[in-house]
Design a protein around this ligand. Structure first.
Ligand code: PMV
Length: 315
């Protein structure tokens, strides 16, 4: 009763921010993301008769045990598990570690329990662990339709990873841990005076960006993605309490990307709950952008990524 799974980090172009149901982690809006190829989490789960309690590690063991409870219930087993998990990137700095962690945990724990769930069921279950985790299950370009209930809120692939060869540069800045987690930040989203406005406009934005992705219009897609990142951060900045996830070096990267764009070197940024920046570009500009990003004060590392598959089990 042992299985190992890998799940990728996913980067949202249209963000999930705010829930309509806290417990079920139902989102206020649909969202859209891409999986990365290399950055992610590898998790091994073993259900064992000899264990008296679950053996888990990491930053939030209570949440992992809660997720194991869901899987125990589903598989109708009364066993405890040993969970070993490894992220190949820094945690709690805005790189969406909870997404890849809960997606990998969902796949490994259900497989180890003998459950053979379909993608939709895996995505739903991952969502209960961490909302954005539902998007790390399917391949490539992924849409999470908000749905109205536990059954109808899950993510689906809308284009394969090979549909469009875009590059994602993951710009790692200070490794300082953020003070407010996404889960806590989301709770106050609705206190922003701009939140309603954001929600009202988001379906139209998703429709538009899907069209641009389909037609591979990089400029139009990038403009929507960047505006959307700032739109979400505007909610964070203007909530009660107000949340500022950026560091000075975050803003430095944002400004540089815009300056280079004016000079004809095209790329667009997006940022989650943290200081690090994801820069999207075309393959032809990757080399030059990495060279320039590396030189910015405060940049620790630039990881080169492509668009990748969803979660998978190791044989
Ligand atoms: O799944 P959570 O609770 O970690 O929230 C993720 C929130 C963002 O990363 C900021 C946006 C997103 O859609 O990934």
């Amino acid at each position: 009763m042992k299985a190992t799974a890998f799940a990728p980090v996913n980067v949202a172009l249209i963000k999930y921010w705010g829930k309509s149901d806290e417990k079920l982690r139902l989102p206020m809006n649909s969202s859209l993301s891409v999986n990365l190829t290399k950055m992610g989490t590898v998790t091994t789960v073993e259900w064992k008769k000899a264990l008296k309690q679950d053996v888990v590690s990491g930053t939030d063991p209570g949440r992992v045990v809660e997720h194991l409870n869901r899987i125990r219930q589903l598989a109708k087993i009364d066993l405890r598990a040993r969970v070993e998990t490894k992220n190949n990137f820094p945690e709690s700095v805005g790189l969406s570690s909870s997404a890849s962690s809960f997606a990998a945990l969902t796949l490994a724990a259900t497989a180890a329990a003998g459950l053979k769930l379909e993608e939709k069921e895996l995505s739903r279950l991952a969502r209960l662990g961490s909302g954005s985790a539902c998007r790390s299950i399917p391949d490539g370009w992924v849409e999470w339709q908000k749905g109205r209930s536990d059954e109808t809120s899950y993510a689906k692939s809308i284009f394969t990873k090979d549909h469009w060869d875009l590059r994602v540069l993951v710009v790692l800045l200070s490794q300082k841990e953020k003070k407010v987690s996404s889960t806590d930040g989301q709770v106050v989203a609705e206190t922003s005076a701009f939140f309603k406005e954001r929600i009202n406009g988001i379906d139209k934005k998703i429709k538009q960006i899907k069209q641009e992705i389909k037609q591979k219009n990089f400029t139009a897609m990038g403009e929507i993605m960047e505006e959307e990142c700032l739109n979400m951060h505007a909610i964070m900045l203007t909530g009660k309490p107000s949340l500022i996830y950026w560091l000075p070096e975050t803003v430095r990267v944002m400004q540089a990307v815009r300056e280079w764009r004016e000079q004809g070197l095209e790329s667009y940024f997006t940022i989650n709950t943290g200081q690090n920046v994801f820069v999207f570009c075309l393959p032809k500009d990757e080399e030059e952008l990495v060279r320039r990003l590396d030189k910015i004060e405060g940049v620790i590392e630039v990881k080169r990524e492509k668009i990748g598959k969803g979660a998978k089990l190791f044989a």
